[in-house]
Write a protein that binds this ligand. Structure first.
Ligand SMILES: *Cc1c(COP(=O)(O)O)cnc(C)c1O
Length: 238
């Protein structure tokens, strides 16, 4: 039997928007206070264009190089696009990131604060910045440990005059995300930060209930992605 036809990106987008509205009204919040970041990583222009055509303008990418390859052309056609970097940023890509992105959600170490602040001065461009917090203390995951956040924010301000708009987290895949969302919300309150980027395709409604101001939704709009790390090809002689 043929697999069911994939709904178009535009109708998937409408479904996600409706689910966001529903989660907002359940939480007594205004939909205007929750920004949908459509995560277009791994997808090329033919997949992204229907979402732009439907009027959506806020997109997230996790790799600088990939974004640099596809967004300049799309932006020439849709100039009011707002682009968010949601993946790890290497210091040697900071210049490209400042040039390309309107929001960098993944600031996670002092070295990056130093390099970004230099680039922002040099380019006279000031993307909005978020601190990524490693709420699950996962060794393989980027992010500032919750108990180190206050000191990190103080150092960034003191040494570079750098201020952050909010916090971002990616909860451990195998855990209930809600305690992580609540922790991020509590950390933002304690540190006087207004924005909370949390919630993905599978859990954005719970994130909205916990106070998310941005949700990052990929597969629910664009469909499944190829595995991030496909198994290494077998050598031909095995
Ligand atoms: C890929 C990605 C998302 C979107 O994930 P989906 O499950 O496809 O919605 C959100 N946040 C980050 C940081 C990502 O890398």
């Amino acid at each position: 039997m043929a697999p069911p036809e994939t709904p178009s990106q535009a109708s998937a987008l409408a479904h996600v928007r409706a689910a966001i509205d529903k989660a907002c009204s359940a939480a007594g919040r205004s939909p205007d206070d929750v920004t949908l970041v459509a995560v277009s990583k791994t997808h090329d222009a033919p997949d992204i264009l229907p979402v732009l055509e439907a009027g959506h303008r806020v997109f997230g990418e996790n790799r600088v190089q990939e974004a640099k390859g596809k967004w300049p052309a799309l932006r020439a056609a849709y100039q009011d696009v707002e682009l968010h970097l949601i993946g790890p940023l290497q210091s040697n890509k900071a210049a490209d990131a400042v040039a390309l992105f309107d929001v960098i959600q993944s600031v996670d170490r002092d070295k990056l604060v130093a390099v970004l602040s230099q680039e922002m001065l040099r380019q006279k461009k000031h993307p909005k910045l978020f601190v990524q917090v490693n709420t699950g203390l996962e060794p393989q995951k980027a992010g500032i440990a919750p108990q180190e956040l206050a000191a990190f924010l103080a150092r960034a301000d003191r040494e570079h005059g750098m201020r952050f708009a909010g916090l971002m987290c990616i909860p451990p895949v195998d855990e209930d995300p809600v305690p992580h969302f609540n922790m991020l919300a509590q950390l933002a309150r304690a540190n006087g930060l207004a924005e909370l980027s949390m919630g993905m395709s599978s859990d954005f409604a719970a994130a909205i209930a916990a106070g998310a101001t941005l949700v990052r939704v990929g597969s629910a709009i664009f469909g499944a992605r190829p595995a991030a790390h496909p198994p290494a090809a077998r050598s031909p002689d095995t």
